[in-house]
Design a protein around this ligand. Structure first.
Ligand code: HEC
Length: 148
């Protein structure tokens, strides 16, 4: 927990220094997990859309006391090629590992800590996005469960 918090705080500091990083983002593209334009969307973008869908499904599943397992392709987050070579800064792997760790904790969660471990996944998304790709942040924030 403390580690997660620490990385989150680092993320906020890094975000102040790195707003010049570019990333691809369009709300239209997000509507579909299959690529509308295969030449345009990067490997990392496509993976991100699947990650978004997984989080959205996991959010829904909480109502029925279930967890949604993640596809093992998510483990490719560190090697997936981004739209722009400069998108991944030196902190990328730290944030990616934090995200993968949060997925494992969530999968092992029981009814009593499912909401919390789910929210930690979304916080891991936000930690990385605040430093790498601020565009989708408002959209990702909507995934947070605040009412429990
Ligand atoms: C380790 C860093 C990192 C983590 C963790 C991360 N992202 Fe991303 N995300 C990125 C980067 C970098 C891009 C830009 C990809 C590109 O342009 O090739 C991106 C792009 C996106 C996009 C835009 C995709 C598109 O259509 O082009 C969405 C939506 C997104 N992320 C949602 C999420 C969600 C939801 C999570 C958590 C479940 C998450 N991200 C976790 C770094 C991250």
């Amino acid at each position: 927990m403390n580690k997660i918090l620490a990385v989150f705080v680092v993320g906020i500091f890094v975000s102040i220094a790195s707003y010049n990083y570019k990333c691809e983002w369009s709300n239209v593209a997000l509507a579909d997990t299959t690529d509308i334009n295969p030449n345009k969307s990067s490997e990392l973008s496509l993976l991100m859309r699947k990650m978004y869908d997984h989080a959205a499904e996991a959010r829904k599943a909480i109502a029925s006391d279930k967890t949604v397992s993640y596809p093992k392709t998510f483990l490719n987050i560190n090697t997936a090629v981004p739209t722009d070579d400069h998108t991944k800064n030196e902190y990328f792997e730290t944030f990616a590992d934090l995200y993968l760790q949060s997925l494992d904790t969530y999968e092992k969660s029981g009814a009593e800590n499912r909401v919390k471990s789910y929210n930690n996944i979304v916080n891991a998304c936000l930690a990385c996005h605040s430093s790498h790709c601020p565009g989708p942040v408002p959209k990702i924030k909507k995934l947070i469960i605040t009412d429990k």
